[in-house]
Design a protein around this ligand. Sequence first.
Ligand code: CDT
Length: 325
Amino acid sequence: LTLAAAQLGPIARDASRESVVRRLVSLLERAAGHGCRLVVFPEMALTTFFPRWLIEDEDEVAGFFESAMPNAQVAPLFETAARLGTGFTLGYCEQVGAGDTMRRYNTAILVDAGGNIAGKYRKVHVPGNPEFDPALGLQHLEPWYFDDGDLGFPVFDCLDTRIGMLICNDRRWPEPWRVLALQGAELVLLGYNSPAQLPDYPRQNALRTDHHQLPMRAAAYQNGLWIVASAKAGHEEGCDMMGGSCIISPSSEVVAVSSTLDDELVVYTADLGLAGEYRDFFDMSRCRRPETYGLICDRRGEGDPLTAEEWARRLRHPAGRDPGT
Ligand code: CDT
């Protein structure tokens, strides 16, 4: 199966949907020209990464969300997929309902080669702070804007394989990969918006690319998965975002990687049979011991579950920072 990560360069805060969709359509057409049948667009591929700001103007916030998918502005992407017979995944900000019952999710959809929505995932591991904290060098306010995903980690039959989706921070956690593998996923598609530097954790800066690849390489190997990871990259509204879009084999090898911080296609023809080979090697059905893994589901963190208050405090004051200052 020929796959592409369709990395995006920066998207300006005031970029119109039409201008962004034109970029996506161009990448999809180029990917089809390379024989790709499935193209992975980044997390929040229709907008700038607005959770870097606390925006109090509700009209502006609402403007970053889609309440229907497809909609008139995004329709050309779906039409192009159907015309070319090339599926895609798209990350976007989803609004469901209005008023008191409104929910907002960081969402990805899987669109098949006929241009039809075949699956949806809503980001479970929503990272960052629930409120603006002037003590922080980097604001990352996803919990301010987004509800936790409520769809679990579903797997979809599409393009003769089984596909799961994850979004950005999800990749750093071992659990979702395993949950997808236990449902027979062979291919996991992931979009991300990751800052190139973490001013509040400067010792991690030199390791940013390692910390991006390491969990995915381990997940690919431990679960027998092909992984396609697609970045929103480059200097976006004053913030440097990582590139490094890549395709990872079940052998744990990074078999293709982007070389720019702009719109770029990373293409690779995957032998999906390799997923089965690594599954056979581990033989999870015989060797896993779920009866000994109960704590994974019983506890959120080390020791007893955190209270909501402790959780909020921890989010506001990363390790090493004095909560009193
Ligand atoms: N978009 C996203 O999930 N980004 C996170 C950054 C968290 S920094 C507070 C990531 O894991 O890359």
